[in-house]
Design a binder for this molecule. Structure first.
Ligand SMILES: [Ca+2]
Length: 123
């Protein structure tokens, strides 16, 4: 089991966990982080668009906790407060992040705070 501090300003928080295809993990997270002045927990907040921009993982709330492998958004998956028995389809280094816009650099820069994620290998 590993506890990771996921900093909202950082686009890819390195968990220092290398996963392999077929492995299963449980995730849970708690805490509060801020998009400029909007507080939320690991489930994020419901706003479709901010100033005409969209979060990087589309169709998923802003600031919802997400993960991906090897800094590749094509592998992104949604964690939120809890995700159980998630099976990885490929090998890679696991990164966690707040789902925010990447249209401009500034959208990650105006974030504050961090949440705590607990990661446990199931299989
Ligand atoms: Ca932001």
């Amino acid at each position: 089991m590993k506890t990771i501090k996921v900093i909202s300003k950082i686009r890819f928080n390195d968990t220092v966990i290398d996963v392999a295809a077929g492995e299963k993990y449980d995730f849970c997270a708690n805490g509060t982080w801020w998009d400029l002045f909007i507080p939320s927990g690991p489930n994020g907040f419901m706003l479709k668009s901010i100033m005409g921009t969209f979060p990087v993982v589309k169709g998923v709330p802003y600031f919802k906790l997400c993960g991906c492998l090897d800094k590749d958004y094509d592998t992104a998956f949604v964690i939120g407060r809890k995700l159980l028995n998630y099976e990885f389809k490929q090998n890679g280094r696991l990164y966690l992040f707040a789902n925010d816009s990447i249209d401009k650099d500034k959208y990650y820069k105006n974030n504050r705070g961090s949440i705590k994620a607990i990661i446990r290998k199931v299989k």
